[in-house]
Design a protein around this ligand. Sequence first.
Ligand code: PLP
Length: 477
Amino acid sequence: MDAATFRQYAHEVVNMMADYLQNIEQYPVKAQVKPGKILAQLPPNAPMQPENMAQILADFTQIIMPGITHWQHPKFFAYFPANSSYPSLLAEMLTATLAAQCMLWDTSPAAAELEERMLDWLKQLTGLPQSWHGVIYDGASTATLSALLMARERHTHFTTNANGLHQAPQFRVYTSAEAHSSVEKAAKMAGIGQKNVVKIPTDEQFRLNPIALQAAIQSDLEQQLTPLCVVATLGTTGCTAIDSLPDITPICNKFNLWLHVDAAYAGTVLLLPDYRWMIQGIEQADSYVFNPHKWMFTNFDCSAFYVKDKQTLLQTFTVLPEYLKTQWQNGVNNYADWGPQLGRRFRALKLWFVLRSYGAQQLQNTVRHHLTLARQLAQEMQQTPWIEILAPVTLNLICFRAVPPQLAGNQTALNNFNATFMANLNQTGKLYLSHTKLRGNYSLRMVTGQTRLTERHLTEAWQQIQETYAHTLAELA
Ligand SMILES: Cc1ncc(COP(=O)(O)O)c(C=O)c1O
């Protein structure tokens, strides 16, 4: 492809992008295809001859688009959002154009220095300790892995890094029963072992129970096991429970444990000063992660990982072969030394575009609007006799189930009914919800955090929920 053809198709693609986002409500939110449908339309062998871009774009529309779930649809209420926004998209276009590999300061000084500044801005905007150091990762799972590796290395004085795990003690990692599965995955990858992740029971609000935490640590010590780390969650995946840092930090201090705080989704709410009670005591933690790619209008992937002690981070990860040496080893950030990845995308650019284009106040207003919408809908649901809200609505996630009177008290029947109810809802294509189980109860999860969400969308979604309930109930009869 030459520059002139690129220019022509680039304009066409930008038009496709703008049309898509402007007309996104025409699409079913959740892809309505069966497994194998897309694969069957893709030739088994790669083309030997060049193909025409017009044909490739036509195939994108005909083959790929029907198999896309529309995460930017305002009625995408499932999981946690993976938000985007126009400014973020503009930056991504430039990032893809530069295609810079930002492993070292030397390989793109502007990328390294912008990353440093953006993490400072995020720190200020969300009230994190000013002395902490931040780096952008692909996701919170990688941040949690890094935290466990740093905890392991601090504990073994970096001898595990040097010698491997054969002399390491049996480490234990504590996290709530509601914590994200990435904690277990990180324990598997860090050589700690999945079975050494101790799931601490939660209280009535699904928060980690600190008394049970202390008891678990003491019991492990009696069995000659080695407590290493606590992972606290601000905004659990199931129901956005907020673990209490003021209750957890004294325990970590007492037993000299690493404290990693996972605020992957909820970290964005700290843009609002009145939510900073959530991070009371954060200065006592060792590491912290939140994902602007979830709720902060910055498209995937962009996860902000902060550590208190930069030296431990660097010593955990740095390996310096000859071919990566530059004249700038000190006084600059070589971010390849700050985590598992060597090659790194220029992710800071989209943060810069988003933070400048929105401005802190508009970010705050949008986040507050999402919180208000959730509160309003939850109130409406609370007044609806056949709906039960299964967890406190701490932020903008509502966990609920339908309770037809004839099934009340029968957990298995209610679980089956609600699974069908949700499948029926998602099959309409008008909205998309996901689920979890809370204390064994099948719970629908509805997150009001989409970039383009307005009151109208929520009103329509609520209408759809009521209609689909009536029709699912009729199927039951
Ligand atoms: C609380 C929490 N932690 C970690 C993760 C994993 O995030 P990522 O996909 O960025 O690895 C999630 C994902 O939803 C989450 O909700």
